[in-house]
Design a protein around this ligand. Structure first.
Ligand code: G3P
Length: 219
């Protein structure tokens, strides 16, 4: 499985997000690989009505209905069509473990699936006790790297992350700098269930070719 993170790339914003979503659906159909879309909260509704792929929010806030100006309300993303949410991405970390626990509880309350990102092994172990649907290991220093991926730079850490995720009974998603089918293959061989990717696809002049290439790592 592939979590395709649209981040706030121009190619993943507004009307462009719809084009990427349709392209990803085609690639998923052609390859048989499940692709999950991590989209901006402002685009969830349109993307969810455009594609049959699962649409996830990139985050929610640990809040309920009320006075929280600017907050991302779990109920709102659910109503717009999100089926899940990621939490604690390195580019938008939750302030503390208490807030992460609260956000995770809120996601569960409204029926959203969850993926929790961790920046290292220690954090992965800590967040694994929340029992999300997916755990993700992404070393921040390699995110967006065009040449070095987590698969080539951190195979031993991935193996340790696999042990932690297996102990928790939670599938592991690995990301950061993934840009080839060999990267994907390596992550899967090491025991990951899937990969998370952004720049390789979202920054490409040929996003379809890039995404299709990544799916070949699952063959
Ligand atoms: O969530 C996936 C993302 O952080 C990885 O980014 O650009 O290294 O594929 P990138």
């Amino acid at each position: 499985m592939i979590f395709l993170n649209f981040k706030t790339y121009q190619s993943g914003t507004g009307q462009n997000a719809l084009l990427i979503a349709k392209m990803a659906e085609d690639v998923s159909n052609e390859s048989g690989v499940g692709i999950f879309l991590l989209v901006q909260s402002t685009d969830i509704k349109d993307v969810a009505t455009t594609t049959n792929l699962e649409v996830w929010s990139q985050k929610i806030d640990p809040i309920s209905f009320g006075a929280h100006t600017g907050g991302i309300l779990p109920e709102a993303v659910k109503e717009d069509g999100a089926v899940g949410t990621s939490l604690n991405h390195s580019e938008n970390r939750v302030d503390d473990f208490e807030s992460l626990t609260k956000a995770h509880e809120r996601a569960r309350e409204v029926g959203l699936k969850t993926l929790i990102f961790a920046k290292d092994i220690e954090e992965l172990e800590k967040v694994s006790i929340l029992n999300p649907d997916y755990l993700s290991y992404e070393p921040p220093g390699l995110i967006g790297n065009k040449n070095i991926s987590v698969a080539t730079a951190k195979p031993n850490i991935i193996s340790r992350a696999v042990v932690i995720s297996k102990k928790a009974g939670t599938p592991l998603i690995v990301g950061a700098g993934v840009h080839s089918k060999d990267d994907v293959k390596k992550c899967i061989e090491l025991g990951a269930t899937g990969i998370a990717v952004a720049s390789d696809v979202m920054m490409s002049d040929s996003p379809r070719e890039e995404l299709l290439e990544l799916t070949k790592g699952f063959a």
